[in-house]
Structures are given as structure tokens and as C-alpha cells.
Design a binder for this molecule. Sequence first.
Ligand SMILES: [Zn+2]
Length: 152
Amino acid sequence: MPDNLATRPRHGRYPIPWVTTVRDGVPDFRVHDDLRRWRVATERRCQLCGFTMGRPVAMIGTARSADLRTFGEPPAHPACMDYAVAVCPWLNGSDASRRPMPSVVDVMARRLQPDTLILVTVPDFEGMQDLDNRTIGYRALGDYTSTRVVER
Ligand SMILES: [Zn+2]
């Protein structure tokens, strides 16, 4: 586990992602905290450990998301994302009842249960806000410096 992630509170064996909503001490892994989604974009914070990120950053989503460079999941440090892909049942598909945060392009295509995810690293990103200023996604900026297929 990356040192940054080791500082996070745990739920069972696993660190609770910084962006995850916690109510009365209980994490709801299905729900992201809106303010923290915004802070990922404005303060360049890793969605998993909460520390600030340098470059590149890691992003994960469907092949359609990767093609259109538009992701629902916030970016993370590459090392944090590698760890999450290895252990997170939502990302690696070991819990098929759950899924990562879909991007707007996936919602529009009604494709919410991908067979594979694409993990990319990219030099930079920006948040995408709706009319209520909620952060609804993240756009990759610059050419992908690596891509990896995550089979689920
Ligand atoms: Zn991190």
C-alpha cells in the first residue's frame, strides 16, 4: 500500500478513499462527497489519499470514457490508483454488483456495467461542472502517457 494511503482511516482491511462520503463514521462507497469532488479538481487532490498530486495523474473509466477523454471517477496518484485497481472490488470486478462512478458519456450511452476498464496516465486534467456548479466529471488534458486494460 502506498504510504499516502496508509494514513487514511480503514474500513475493514482497506483504506477509505478521501472522496468517499462518510456518515456517522460509516463509509458509503457508492457516494462521493460533492465538496471533495470539487476539491480534487481545484486543489489537485488525489481522490484516494487526499494529498495533492503532481504529474502525471491516473484516471480510470470505460473505453468510451478513455476515447472521449471524459471520466466520472476523479483522478488519483498513479500509485494510489494501481493499489485501488488491485484491491477494490468495484474497480477490479470481483464484486459485480457494484461499479465505478460512470462518466457523463457512459450515462448518455446507458453503458454502466463495463466488461473492462481503461486505466490511463495523463499529464493534466480539469473538472467539469454542471449548471449548479457540481463537479460531474473530469476531462483529461494532454496525450495519454500510458494506458492499461483492467479486465473485470
Ligand atoms: Zn494518492
